[in-house]
Design a protein around this ligand. Structure first.
Ligand SMILES: [Zn+2]
Length: 288
């Protein structure tokens, strides 16, 4: 596995570690670049240097060296062929959320400390939009996942076990073209090897106002930093799609803690072979 960390570095400070022609400079023609996007190897010395520079910039100027970040993990054909489990991510986010469009939730069952565990109690309602344009899956910033009819048909004809789909209402009418991928019945126990944090250099478990790592054990942190590790269980040999028992994220406005999604090699191959677009995959590890 090759692991790169993509960083959106504040252009004002970028020259402290990066050359002018390194990465991609983003900005406008009037004010010039404001962000430098770089990809660094997490096993190279520059990875630690970015952490030190971020600490220095925070202490000296009270601001950040980098804002956005994203891990890019790529695998050899053999690593993909040998994998027993994959973690799945949805690439495309869209708004407004289902919650804003009238989807009902029971918040009474949510954890009072971290907000994990609310229950959706009505069909998903969303606004008309082109979020599935040229792709088969998209997710709202509230964690509600919409998939294409094509996706549902491929899942059904290939005998995939464990994916449940719900109706989607656009305005007052039930959609014939898209469905909700339901995230219910969290089964996989996330193992302690999995690293959570605020970002790749900050492993704070809470902020002055928010609890990221919940003492109740339901929410594990703000973001997943490492690849995912889960404990072995019988469900792994019985189904193709799983969600974690625990969540990550935090409750703030329309954002809500979300479960991690996992799939079997069979579901991974079905998505690849049917050219279903919109998911990213990482190898996940099963701990005995
Ligand atoms: Zn909690």
């Amino acid at each position: 596995m090759k692991e790169l960390l993509e960083l959106r570095v504040d252009y004002e400070y970028a020259h402290l570690l990066f050359k002018e022609d390194e990465g991609v400079n983003l900005g406008d023609s009037i004010y010039g670049p404001s962000i430098k996007v770089v990809k660094i190897d997490t096993h190279s010395p520059i990875f630690e240097e970015v952490g030190k520079m971020d600490k220095y910039i925070r202490e000296k100027y009270g601001t950040f060296f980098f804002a956005g970040w994203n891990y890019i993990r790529t695998y050899t054909k053999k690593e993909l062929a040998d994998a027993r489990l994959f973690q799945m991510y949805v690439r495309k986010y869209f708004e407004p959320t289902g919650e804003e469009c009238g989807t009902e939730y029971d918040e009474s069952c949510a954890c009072k400390l971290c907000g994990a565990g609310r229950k959706q109690i009505s069909p998903l309602r969303i606004k008309k939009g082109r979020y599935l344009n040229k792709r088969d899956v998209a997710i709202t910033i509230g964690g509600e996942i919409v998939v294409s009819k094509n996706f549902v048909e491929a899942i059904r004809t290939n005998g995939i076990e464990g994916m449940i789909f719900g109706d989607v209402y656009i305005g007052k009418s039930k959609s014939e073209d898209c469905f909700q991928l339901m995230l219910q019945g969290g089964e996989l126990d996330v193992s302690e090897e999995t690293i959570f944090g605020v970002n790749p250099y900050d492993f704070s478990e809470k902020s002055p106002t928010e609890v990221f790592k919940c003492p109740n054990g339901d929410n594990l942190g703000l973001n997943i930093i490492s690849e995912a590790y889960v404990k072995n269980c019988t469900a792994l040999s019985q189904k193709d799609f799983f969600i974690s028992k625990q969540t990550c994220g935090f409750r703030s406005g329309l954002l809500a803690p979300h479960h991690l999604m996992f799939c079997s090699p069979k579901l991974y191959r079905t998505i690849q072979e049917n050219h279903l677009r919109g998911f990213n995959f990482e190898v996940a590890h099963i701990v005995d």
